[in-house]
Write a protein that binds this ligand. Sequence first.
Ligand code: AMP
Length: 192
Amino acid sequence: MPSPPHLQKEISQSAQAVATRIEDVEDFPIPGVTFKDMGPLWRDPVLSKRAIGAMILMVEEAQGRPDCVVGIESRGFIFGPAMALHWDVPFVPFRKQGKLPGVLNRVSYDLEYGSAELECQANALKPGMRVLIHDDVFATGGTARAAMQLVEACNAVTMACTFIIELNGLNGREGWPLSSVNETCLSLVRYK
Ligand code: AMP
């Protein structure tokens, strides 16, 4: 069902405002990469709250409330906890290898050069939980796909993913593992 026009308007106006506070940094962290610096957004509390509110609206319109919010290390830890607190649901960090104690679930995934691992505590997600995954940037989609595999390894269900920005040119939506990509891959700002 399409969202009411006033909600769509708030989401698109928030996205426009957020886009003005994201700065391109050429050749960082390596030559040829244009880094999307969200520092100016994060330093603006009014706009940050608006961005979080807009992502919450997108999620509720598409999928309803989650049972849990997962944030991907490290920039998924900035807005992810705020969304979890809004819904009064647990926040679960998915961390890089070697950071978490106890019994862990783990997935490996390929990077452009080499590979990486994401880990979570094995008891952090309960079987059947409807999980919202949050990260700052959706680029090739490799990190988000690994996070979805880790949710599955915990016998929970990814209901959607939210991103502050999506880099369209990298075709991250190809091979998206969830049904209805437009209802489950929720990016506030989409760049060509
Ligand atoms: P990917 O797995 O290719 O979708 O990359 C997503 C991850 O890499 C996210 O956790 C981002 O924080 C980071 N990332 C990728 N590309 C950029 C970029 N151009 N600017 C800032 N962060 C990026």
